[in-house]
Structure formats: C-alpha cells, structure tokens
Design a protein around this ligand. Structure first.
Ligand code: NAG
Ligand code: NAG
Ligand code: NAG
Ligand code: NAG
Ligand code: NAG
Length: 508
C-alpha cells in the first residue's frame, strides 16, 4: 500500500510535465541533436518555446549529415543564413498530419516563404518541399513536430530566381526562365527588380504566342530580360511616367495610380552611389548569394508609413524581414544627422502614392537580431575579447543592458599589449571590468553621429574623445582616444558595436 501511495504522485508529476513539454522538449526527446543545437546557435529556441502554436518539420541528425559540405560551411559561418534556413522549417500554425492536404502551401516563420506539402496515397508518404516525413505527429504543448529525412530543399536562398520557383502564380514564368537559362543570370549579380508576369498574364497572350516563344530561346530571352530592371524599385519608390532601363536595353514606363486604401510602406532607398560604395567583399557575397539579395532588399522596406517627424532617438522600425531584423533610427541633435542603422538619411520624407521614401547614403545590411555579447562571439577576430568578457562576467551587461555603444578591440589589439599587462589583467577581475566598462558607452552612436572633439561618457565614468576626419571618397575615419574604428559598425539588439584596433585604458 505504502509503495503505491508513493508511486502514484510520482506518475502524476511525470504526466503533468509531459503536458507542458514544448516543441523544443519534443525535439530533445526525439534525439534531434543537430537541430536542437543549431536552433540554439541561431537564437531561435526562445521563439519556438514561446510560440502559441507551431509546426516544425524537424530534420534528423542524418539529414544534417547529408548536407553538402559547401552549404554546411555557409550555414555555420553565416548566422543569418542559418536562421533563415531553420525558420523555413517551421510554420506558425499547428498542422497534425491529418490536417495536411496535397499541394497545400504552408506559411513558414521565414516571412514571405511558403513550403509545399505533398501527399502520395500510393506510398502513404507526406513530403514537405520534397523532403519525406518519417515520423509524424509528435505533439508538444505548443505545437507538433514532424521529423523529416532531408533538410528542406531548395533552401530559401531568397534570390529573385528562387522566389519565382516558390510562387504558385508564376509557374509559366518559371518554365520560361528555365527554358531561357536565365535562372543563373537572375541568381547572380544584382540588385534587380523583376516584373514577374503571372500565369494569368501569360494566358492573356494571343493563342500560339507562348508556345512559339518557348521554342525560340533568343526571342524568349529578349522578352524576359525586358522584365528585368537593374536596381531596386519598390512600388512606393516609383513615380508616374518614370522610365526604367531594362536588361534588354528597352525602357519600361511606370504608371502609378494612387489607390485609396492601397497598402502603405516605407522604403529606405540607397542612392546609386551607396550601391557602388559597397565593399568588394560584400559585393562578392551578394554575387555568391551569401548576403542574400532579396533579404537585403526586404530589409530596406517597412510595412508601415513612417515619417521622420514621428521618430525619436532609438526608434525601431520593423522591416519586411520583421522576424529577423529591424532598423534602428538615431537622431543626433549636435550634428543634425538622422541615421537608419548608421546610414545617413540624406533626404527624408519623399511622399509617394502609397508610402514614403527616405533616401539613405549606405546600403543597409540585414543583421540577425542579437545582443552585443552574442555578436562578439560570432566575429572571428574578437576571440580574445570574448575570453576576456567571459572572465570578467561582463557578458551580462553586453547581453541585457542597453541601448549601448561598445568598442570592441580585435585580437590584434590585444596582441599589441605587453604580455605582463594582459596577464595581470586576467588575474584581476576588478581591473578587467574597469577596462571593459571604459569601452562601453550608454546610448547608440554610429560613426555618422560622432563629431570631432566630442566626448563620450563611459560606464567606467571616464570619457572617450572622438577624432573624426572626413576623407573624400572613403567616408569618415573615426578614432576614439588612440583607437581607430575599423570595418563596418555592427548593429545589435541592444545597441551598436564598433571594432577597434587598440585596447583602451582608463586614465589613472
Ligand atoms: C496568387 O494569386 C492570387 C490571386 O491574385 C492571390 O490571392 C494569391 O495570394 C497569389 N499567391 C501567391 C503565392 O502569390
Ligand atoms: C484561343 O483559342 C481558343 C480555342 O482554341 C479560343 O476559345 C480562345 O478564345 C482563343 N483566345 C484568343 C485570345 O484568341
Ligand atoms: C527567334 O527570335 C529572334 C528574335 O526575335 C528572331 O530574329 C529569329 O528569327 C527567331 N528564330 C526563329 C527560328 O524563329
Ligand atoms: C503599423 O501601424 C499600425 C497603426 O499605427 C500599428 O498598429 C502596427 O503595429 C504597425 N505595424 C508595424 C509592423 O509596425
Ligand atoms: C586589481 O585592480 C584594482 C583596480 O585597478 C586595484 O585597485 C587592485 O589593487 C588590484 N588588485 C590586485 C590584487 O592587484
């Protein structure tokens, strides 16, 4: 009797916990080690734990092992890509296998991308974007997990071409693009704007036109390239009568009708110069599809109209990549500069029929939303800093406090220190914390917001002095004390990080 009495409450506890197992717990129980680990790296675990309902198509460890090496490398070296690929495996609604239909398109957590379900009754198989479900309906408290045997292909690489192949209304165009072998052109160098005719549009062609076009690659290529414009044009950025030069060399004329109630949006529009100023390595990344074209473009558009008069310092603007990234507005009264993620807004508030265009002087890079502490861990040349931050327990501040500006010394900067200095620092947490606090400023200061001679009060309470030199062509060179800011500023969830080439020490 006694034995039963003890056993019974224990069983209750266990089953109560079963009820509260969220989808992450379910994945752990299914021993999906790679996936659980990668979700952690991509910082997606909290989103799935907190979701009210979701469906995860969860690749097995074997599925991850099968990924080609070059893609594996990209996944591990590019957190944004990883995040996208994983977000593409989950849907914000719960679908048990019995809820799924053949050819159903499920929204994914990667906004704008859908996955296609297919059901093959003859073999009793369900596939998600072609990947077979091997173990369906693992129910958790806030959703369901279906194990799949392959990581979902094609990856939502977000190039214009892959966008076409995922859209049900563009199957004719997709066939035509394949036929003309234009896919590789659209996949490559950009940015492009594609005016994509729908199936309905093709069906309006005179009888016989489409079949004969599909037979003549030269003619087909001409027609298709006439739909592609070099540059980025969102509807809000087009004006009535504007002419756009196409890749085919002919021009398209825009007719803009202001429709009341049409969707509004905000475009942060980089100038042509901004595109040409992109560093060579970024251009290369864009070409290779690593910093992916579509996401870069989507990152420049907000689904709401937002005028500069409604902005306050540190105002956050949601973008079409909402799930992944947003833009931080900063206002610097001293220099009268407004920046969007550090890019100067040179010409704000250009009203368009269905929104507003703010012209900016640098292309914005979509960054995964991560804290400064996480960014440090992600960047290769900040290994020593990462170690030092951990030693001092300073990660708590760089994770949770904000908005902050953090000046991050590179490994080379630490190398320049006399051996004894670093060794002594590592032994004395108080001193180490002082040094790190001296690299930290309350408030978000992008380079464009700093002026020559400006003093920044640090958390250590000593000040840093800014030296700003404008060099024509290459923007401005900024130094804090004797440290030079190198490379691009890194936007973070709780502020901004600048990489510097020298470790700073507070004055005695
Ligand atoms: C296809 O077109 C229909 C009708 O215009 C629209 O409702 C639907 O959202 C479109 N589908 C996609 C994937 O764009
Ligand atoms: C195309 O041909 C079909 C019948 O073959 C006819 O019903 C249709 O009206 C024609 N369409 C056009 C645009 O000529
Ligand atoms: C294919 O199209 C091109 C360009 O429109 C044209 O010059 C050529 O004569 C066509 N070839 C055939 C075999 O119809
Ligand atoms: C857009 O504006 C509306 C009304 O001001 C607001 O409710 C909504 O949250 C905004 N959406 C985004 C994505 O900022
Ligand atoms: C550690 O550093 C603090 C601050 O620089 C200093 O006051 C203290 O004496 C140092 N402690 C040791 C043991 O060196």
């Amino acid at each position: 009797m006694k034995f039963l009495f003890i056993l019974f409450p224990l069983l209750c506890v266990v089953s109560a916990r079963e009820d509260h197992h969220d989808v992450i717990d379910v994945m752990r129980n299914l021993q999906l080690r790679s996936l659980v680990q990668l979700l952690e790296v991509a910082d997606l675990t909290p989103s799935l734990e907190d979701a009210d309902s979701c469906t995860v198509f969860a690749p097995s460890d074997a599925a991850f092992a099968k990924i080609p090496d070059d893609i594996k490398k990209q996944l591990l070296s590019n957190p944004l890509f990883l995040r996208e690929v994983l977000a593409f495996h989950a849907s914000p609604k719960e679908y048990m296998s019995t809820d799924l239909k053949n050819n159903q398109l499920l929204d994914t957590l990667l906004k704008g991308f859908v996955m296609r379900i297919n059901i093959y009754p003859s073999t009793n198989t369900i596939t998600a974007d072609g990947s077979p479900v091997s173990n369906a309906d693992n129910k958790g408290s806030n959703g369901v997990v279906h194990v799949v045997d392959q990581v979902l292909y094609p990856f939502p690489t977000g190039t214009v071409d892959s966008e076409i192949s995922h859209n049900d209304n563009l199957t004719v165009l997709n066939t035509a693009v394949e036929k003309a072998d234009l896919a590789s052109a659209l996949d490559g160098e950009g940015p492009f704007t594609l005016f994509a005719p729908t199936n309905d549009a093709f069906s309006k062609l005179p009888n016989g036109t489409l079949p004969s076009l599909l037979k003549n690659v030269t003619a087909l290529t001409e027609v298709l390239t006439y739909h592609v414009v070099s540059g980025v044009y969102y509807p809000a950025g087009l004006s009535d009568g504007e002419k756009l030069k196409t890749l085919q060399k002919g021009s398209l004329v825009c007719h803009v009708n202001a429709k009341p109630g049409s969707e509004s949006c905000t475009v942060f529009a980089p100038t042509d110069e901004a595109f040409s100023n992109l560093p060579a390595d970024v251009r290369k990344q864009l070409r290779e599809g690593r910093l992916l074209l579509l996401e870069v473009l989507m990152f420049h558009v907000s689904p709401n109209t937002t005028m500069s008069t409604s902005w306050k310092n540190n105002y956050i603007v949601a973008t079409l990549l909402e799930y992944l990234c947003s833009i931080r507005i900063n206002i610097y009264p001293s220099t009268r500069v407004i920046t969007a993620d550090g890019s100067v807004i040179s010409n704000p508030d250009n009203r368009a029929s269905n929104g507003v265009v703010h012209v900016i002087n640098q292309v914005l890079y979509p960054q995964p939303i991560q804290s400064i502490a996480k960014e440090i861990d992600n960047i290769k040349q900040l290994k020593e800093l990462s170690r030092v931050v951990e030693k001092a327990g300073f990660g708590r501040i760089l994770n949770d406090a904000g908005p902050l500006t953090f000046f991050a010394p590179t490994d080379d900067a630490f190398q320049k220190l006399p051996d004894a200095t670093l060794q002594n620092l590592l032994k004395n947490v108080t001193a180490l914390t002082e040094v790190l606090s001296y690299h930290t400023v309350s408030g978000v200061y992008y380079k464009a917001g700093l002026s020559d001679g400006q003093e920044l009060m640090t958390l250590q309470s000593g000040t840093l002095e800014c030296h700003v030199r404008h060099t024509p062509g290459s923007g401005s060179q900024v130094e804090v004390n004797e440290a030079k800011i190198v490379g691009l500023s890194v936007p973070a969830l709780n502020g901004v990080m600048h990489v510097i080439d020298t470790v700073l020490f507070p004055p005695k």
